[in-house]
Ligand binder design. Structure first.
Ligand code: SF4
Length: 340
């Protein structure tokens, strides 16, 4: 996939006092990106567009470069202790993206220039829990690989964690531009996870992300570089021919991975939606083919009174048994971490 070039970038005033802010500015200028200034990301209100939908699309092509002020990290259970904030927002248009509801009215992409502060805070969290390992998730509020060519922040984070005997990093991506990360001194402390799905899913529901073949090729490169690897198969969706399609996917993954790959995890997440998410999806992707019919699903009570619509129990059982078989057959070295 080609590197993403934003249409415009806003700089918060103090961002340019940091070397990373200056570096990002130079890169954007070289790419001829329109440079604007804002007192704070909250004040970015003039994103072009005649209606909400156009503004939403344009916001996803807008970068806001700023200083991360909140240095208290959110928790990210169960897969990590903390969410490490290096960016917020994403260039992708996945119809089922969780950011649609969590980021609400601020879909523009924010990147942070005070990485020293963020890494210092991570170090403090690691020290607090020593000798326990502290795990950080870098993709809770964005897909950090999609903008790495503009910031270099993921490389800084991977290199930092390579030096932390009690720290571990993980993130997930639907992108493929991994070359700048392959030779970093990661020391096996970063698990690089790729979100994978069937061709049907990627083509129909994941616009502006890397094609499946490119993700698979990138995963191979990452595995060859000795990173612990993970596949997140999500959302598992029972489209026509889904069993054959997921079988094909696992076959392709198996064929592409090098024999040297021994540290591999698989996370399985079924398709689910909430009522608020359904409303947002229908507004932003009105032609979506995604089946969001509550009557076909099982209602699962959730936190804060917002329940999810998941597959019926028998359907979930079919998914689990298919994937147990497929993983055992095609990725025998892998450990299934969970199905949810
Ligand atoms: Fe959301 Fe991930 Fe798709 Fe980006 S790539 S839009 S973060 S699901």
């Amino acid at each position: 996939m080609r590197e993403f070039v934003p249409d415009r970038a806003y700089f918060e005033p103090t961002a340019l006092e940091y070397p990373i802010g200056q570096e990002i500015l130079q890169r954007l200028k070289a790419l001829d990106v329109e440079i604007l200034h804002t007192t704070s990301h909250n004040q970015v209100r003039d994103i072009p567009g005649d209606n909400e939908l156009q503004q939403y699309r344009n916001a996803k092509r807008t970068l806001v470069v700023g200083v991360r002020k909140t240095l208290k990290f959110d928790t990210s259970k169960p897969s990590a202790e903390y969410a490490i904030p290096i960016s917020t927002g994403c260039i992708g248009h996945c119809h089922y993206c969780y950011l649609q509801t969590t980021l609400g009215a601020k879909p523009y992409i924010r990147v942070y220039v005070n990485m020293d502060d963020i890494l210092r805070q991570a170090q403090a969290y690691i020290a607090e829990r020593q000798p326990e390992i502290t795990r950080f998730e870098a993709a809770c509020t964005s897909d950090p690989l999609s903008i790495e060519h503009l910031t270099g922040n993921l490389a800084r984070l991977i290199t930092f964690m390579g030096d932390q005997p009690h720290g571990q990093l993980r993130f997930v991506t639907k992108y493929d531009l991994v070359d700048s990360l392959l030779d970093l001194p990661h020391n096996g402390r970063t698990r690089f996870r790729f979100s994978m799905n069937t061709e049907y899913m990627v083509r129909n529901f994941e616009p502006s992300t890397a094609p499946l073949a490119d993700r698979i090729a990138a995963a191979r490169k990452v595995a060859v570089s000795g990173y612990p690897l993970g596949f997140i198969i999500a959302p598992i969706y029972m489209h026509e021919g889904w069993e054959e399609a997921y079988t094909k996917l696992l076959q392709r993954l198996s064929e592409a991975m090098p024999d040297s790959l021994t540290d591999l995890t698989v996370e399985l997440i079924q398709h689910r939606f909430t009522k608020p998410a359904k409303r947002v999806i229908e507004k932003r992707y009105p032609k979506t083919k995604l089946d969001l019919d509550e009557s076909k699903r099982k209602y699962k009570w959730g936190r804060y009174g917002i329940g999810k619509y998941v597959y019926q129990d028998e359907e979930q059982a079919r998914i689990v048994s298919l994937f147990e078989e497929l993983v055992a057959q095609y990725l025998p070295q892998a450990r299934i971490e969970y199905f949810t």
